[in-house]
Design a protein around this ligand. Sequence first.
Ligand SMILES: *Cc1c(COP(=O)(O)O)cnc(C)c1O
Length: 478
Amino acid sequence: MLKTEATLEISKEAMTRYGYKVVDAIVAHFDTQNSKLPVASATREEMDRLFSEAAPERGMDPDNVLQFVLDEVMTKSNVVSHPRSYSFVPGPSNYISAMADSLASGFNIFSGGWAASPAAAELEIVTMNWLLKLFGFPVKRGGGIFTSGGSMANLTAIITARKVKCGDDFSKAVIYLSDQAHSSNIKAIRSAGFKKEQIRVIPTDSEFKFALNKLKNAIARDVLEGLQPFCLIATAGTTNTGTVDQLSELATICKKEKIWFHIDGAYGAAAILSKNGKQLLKGIEKADSLTVDPHKWFFQPYEIGCLLVRNHQWLKGTFTEKPEYLRDIEGNTSEINFYDHGIELTRRFRALKFYMSIKTFGLRTFRKAITYNIQLAEATETVLRKSSHWEVISPATLAVINFRFNPIGNRLSEKKLDALNQYISKQVVDSKQALLVTTVLNGQVVLRMCLINPRTTIQDIKETLVLCESFAAEKFTL
Ligand SMILES: *Cc1c(COP(=O)(O)O)cnc(C)c1O
């Protein structure tokens, strides 16, 4: 009988010991993350020196490999869940979801088709229904799919819009988005095969929202030229400033012109759980498709993004291919095969972490956390406005605030202010005490805080500002 020793197994005792070590390390991380340094940086050279090697032909002691990884690998990333990790979009995460991900991997659940994992498909349907309801989409007719993140959700949306609006000939199709739209949209549009000439980047107004008149002009001109305006991408919470485009007005324009209305809510959509956010996000329910990114403000660990659509048939009509080898696993129509609703066939069980964390904490806890985040940004704005050193450049909106160091009585040129704020950011990051990088708004270099971590306190922010001021003081006397 043919038999192999190479089954990649270890004994039950060894699995248990190893598993406990891993869990202990994760628990220790959650327990101490607030007091770690948020910033890790290393050069390619340093990393090569540590890690570069040929794939070993012979295996090593598992404990040694694990210990090496815990000591050297896990310590050399930014702690994006740190309360003073303010930049980009932080990843606060939560322990329940991290454990859920371990279960999904541990049981290696194939979340592609109904027949392979009815419960996984059902949980994706159930959690998707939670989201549809939350965003005011039709629950019966609507649908959606979990993706790796917001970028894949936007790509899925654009391909769906293209299919539904243009069929197979999209040579005359034109797509609209604002200059504050996230770069993943342009990447998706280009990946979907559109030429640069088919993309209209519309300028924004002083509040960083779509300049509506310019948008209307662009659409009218394209129609006159015999082109086909087919899709508009609005942003519900821009990454830069948290700004929400004029969703209701844009919905009206799209309806009138028969344009697909996609909303990129990867950053801000989760704010619908708060009173203030719900107000700001009015009109989000009018989208044809909506990107939500649970690994941002729904506090999930990477990777989980989501695309919601008004009509689940759109996804099915766009992504269904029928190869012979999948013939036998077709269920009935209500038994959704998610491989027919998106690009991926083999998919990890992403719904599980969303399901378990919402069941465990309840929506109420998410509402409270998100409401706190929004209020914390507003409290930060108050602190900044009361100080003679700081200038608010873009007010607190959906937990994002942009500001710069610009002390009263020191008339610095714009160029000097840019350099000074760049310097402050660099010094702060180099100190590893906080992750605070710059962005550019209206040509000005500004510091940006994205405050979606519920463990961040106003004390964290005040101390970070003091740190900034101490670096500024190196440049000139305050
Ligand atoms: C983060 C973000 C994306 C991209 O999402 P990923 O999960 O990083 O792929 C898209 N749009 C907006 C507005 C974002 O903030």
